[in-house]
Design a protein around this ligand. Structure first.
Ligand SMILES: [Zn+2]
Length: 225
């Protein structure tokens, strides 16, 4: 069962929430996060389904599982990739390779702001430092692949085999200042990034969840009690 453990307000008065299912015997923490980009609802749908399932039945894991289903509520409201400040939250991390404008295949160019200028980024940095996660899963759309950063190759191979999404070593374009660069490459925390295919409607999202569910349960080492 997931409970709200932390809420902060973004610059527009929206809540950003962190939920957790903890267990007194679990020593390690893991994180699942989605909706870095407001126009990518697929990952949030999956994480909310997972939390619903944990509500309806007792799911057990050797990990304390932390979930932020929507990191970008202002972008969600506008249905834009960027947040309400028109900044790409997945390029706003204070990495060595930070650049203030970045390229992406969706909107082409977007501002990256200044390193960790956004509340959403500060929230994520603080959360990663506070909980010392041993593995992180981040869900985006819509390139239909699995990518990874840091010491996560074996984990990514396993995840890819379970959901039948193809595994790539590199997403194919520069992602300076990304969460993956900061957390995976620079902090060496294993990070799997899932890029789902594009959902046209709720039925598609349910289909995506059914494809990803075994791999996500395995990632969380979840079992029905
Ligand atoms: Zn994205």
């Amino acid at each position: 069962m997931f409970k709200l453990v932390k809420t902060i307000s973004d610059a527009f008065g929206n809540d950003i929430n962190l939920y957790a299912q903890t267990c007194t015997t679990a020593k390690e923490n893991i994180l699942l996060v989605a909706r870095f980009h407001g126009d990518e609802p697929e990952g949030e749908f999956c994480l909310r389904e997972l939390m619903k399932e944990a509500q309806d039945q007792e799911l057990v894991s050797p990990y304390n599982i932390y979930i932020t289903p929507c990191l970008n509520p202002s972008g969600k409201e506008l249905f834009t990739r960027a947040n309400g400040h028109k900044i790409d939250l997945n390029r706003n991390y204070p990495t060595q390779n930070f650049t203030d404008v970045s390229f992406n295949p969706h909107t082409k160019e977007l501002s990256s702001g200044t390193p960790a200028s956004e509340i959403e980024t500060k929230f994520m940095i603080e959360t990663v430092i506070q909980y010392n996660f041993v593995r992180i899963l981040s869900i985006h759309s819509d390139l239909h692949l699995i990518d990874y950063d840091g010491p996560a190759r074996d984990l990514a191979l396993r995840f890819s085999a379970m959901c039948h999404y193809k595994l790539v070593d590199n997403i194919g374009y520069a992602t300076n200042g990304s969460f993956g660069t900061w957390v995976g490459i620079e902090k060496q925390i294993p990070l799997i990034t899932v890029e789902t295919w594009h959902a046209e409607n709720e039925n598609d999202m349910a289909k995506i969840w059914s494809e990803l569910k075994p791999a996500i349960w395995d990632f969380c080492k979840l079992t029905s009690a």
